[in-house]
Design a protein around this ligand. Sequence first.
Ligand code: XMP
Length: 526
Amino acid sequence: MPTAPSAAPDVVLVVDFGAQYAQLIARRVREARVYSEIVPSTMPVAEMLAKNPKAIILSGGPSSVYEEGAPQLDRSLFEAGIPVFGMCYGFQLMATTLGGTVDNTGAREYGRTPLTVTKSGSTLFEGTPEHQSVWMSHGDACSAAPEGFTVTASTNVVPVAAFENDEKKLYGVQYHPEVMHSTHGQQILEHFLYRGAGLAPTWTTGSIVEEQIAAIRAQVGDKRAICGLSGGVDSAVAAALVQKAIGDQLTCVYVDHGLMRKGETEQVEKDFVAATGVQLKVVDAQDRFLDALKGVSDPEEKRKIIGREFIRVFEQAQAEIIAEAPDETPVEFLVQGTLYPDIVESGGGTGTANIKSHHNVGGLPEDLEFKLVEPLRQLFKDEVRMVGQELGLPEEIVQRQPFPGPGLGIRIVGEVTKDRLDLLREADAIAREELTAAGLDREIWQCPVVLLADVRSVGVQGDGRTYGHPIVLRPVSSEDAMTADWTRMPYEVLARISTRITNEVRDVNRVVLDCTSKPPGTIEWE
Ligand code: XMP
C-alpha cells in the first residue's frame, strides 16, 4: 500500500432520475475504479458543479420527457465544459435540451435488443463489435441528434440509439449500459470515463484505505473513540479502519449476549483482535440475556428484550471505558459502520446521517453525545468486503452472510434457553460446514437454521422411539433480502446435512426444508 495520503478522489456524479438505475450506474463506475456519487436530479446545476465533478452521468428514469412535470435539467450543465454521458432518459433529455428531436412515436422497445454500431472508431464504441445486444426500456425515440453530434448507433426501431459530440465531450446512448444484458455496457462506460473524460482507474481499495485513514486522523485528532462490534462485516471493517488510523485511541466493545453462532464470539475475541491489534472490551452478558428472556416465546417481545438489554450493557461498558480512560482525554467519537446505500436510501446524498439504529440490535439511544465517525459511508457492501480484505481481516468475518442482530434468539421458535441455544448452535454449525464444503456460500444469500422448540414429533433413532424437535433449513437466494426465493440446493448436500444433524445433535429427529419464497414468507422464522 502506498504510504503518502492522497487528496480526495476525482468524483463522477451520477444524476438520479429515479427508478433505482443510479445506484447500479454508480457501482459500475466504481468497478471501473473511478469514484462516483449519486445526486438527485432536483439538485441545482450550480450545486452539482460546486462538487467539482470530473464527469457527469445522467441516469435513466421512469418518465417520458414529454410528461408533465418530468424531471428537467438546466442547459448550463452541458455548457460547463464537463464531460457528460446520458443514458436512456438522460440521453433523451440531453437530446431535447440541446435541440435534437425526440418523438413520442408509440414505438416501444423493451428488453434485449440488437444494436448496430454505425460509426466505427467512435469514443464510446471503439473496439466493440458492429452488432451487439443492449437492454432497452423506452417509449419515445430520438429521430435527430442535436447539431454538432454524430450518430454512432441505431436499432430497428430507433434511428438514433447513440450519439456523441467529441469536441464538447457529450455522449449518450438510448439503452442501459449498466445492466448485464448490455453485452458491452461496461466497456462503453469505461470508454466514456477513460477516453471521453480522461479519467484514470486510480480509485482502488488501497486508495480508499489511505484516504479514509487520513480523514479519520483529521477528524478525531488526539481524542478517543468507541466502536461497538456486532460480529458483522460492517462494524468489523469500520473498527479495523479506525484502529489503523488512531490505534489505541480506539476501544471496541463486544457484547456477548450468548445468542451468537458457534465460533463467532471467538472470531471476534481472538481472530479479529489478532488481525487488527484492536483494544477490545468483551462484556459477557449471557446470563443477563437468558434471565431476561426466561419464559418469553413471543418474537416481538424477544426482540424488544434483546434490544433493551443490549443498550443497557453497551451504555454501561461505555461508561466504564470513559471512567477507566488512562488519561483525561475525553471519548468524543462513536464509530458506526454506516454504508452508502443506507445514506442514499435515507434520502441524504450529502450531510450527516442520524445515528443509525444499531442495525444489528435495535437502536442506540438518541441522546448519546458523540460525534460520529463513519468511514464506510461512501461504500457499497462489496467494497466494504474488499476493504476488509485489504486490512487483513479474517475471511470468516469479511465474507460473512447476513445474520440478524438478535441472533439465534429469533431462530428458536419458542422460549430461548441455554440448552436450546446449544442444540441449535450444533445444528447450525453442521449446516454451515456442509454448505461451505459444497462451495455454496456465495450462491446462497443466507441459510437460517431454525429450531422448532415448541414442536415435537416421533422418530426412531438407534434402538428406540424418540420424541424430538424438528430443525428447519431455510436456504434463500436474494439480492437485497427484500424479496427472496428458496435455493434449489443439491439433494446430496441436503441429505448430508440432514443425516449429520439427526445423528450428531441430541433431541433432533427430523430435518425439514423450507421451500417458501419471500413474500409470502419472511427469511427468518422467529
Ligand atoms: P426477514 O426475516 O424480515 O429478514 O425476511 C430480512 C433480512 O434481515 C435480517 N434480519 C435482521 N438483521 N437485525 C438485523 O441486523 C434484525 O433484527 C434482523 N431481523 C432480520 C434477516 O436475517 C434477513 O437477512
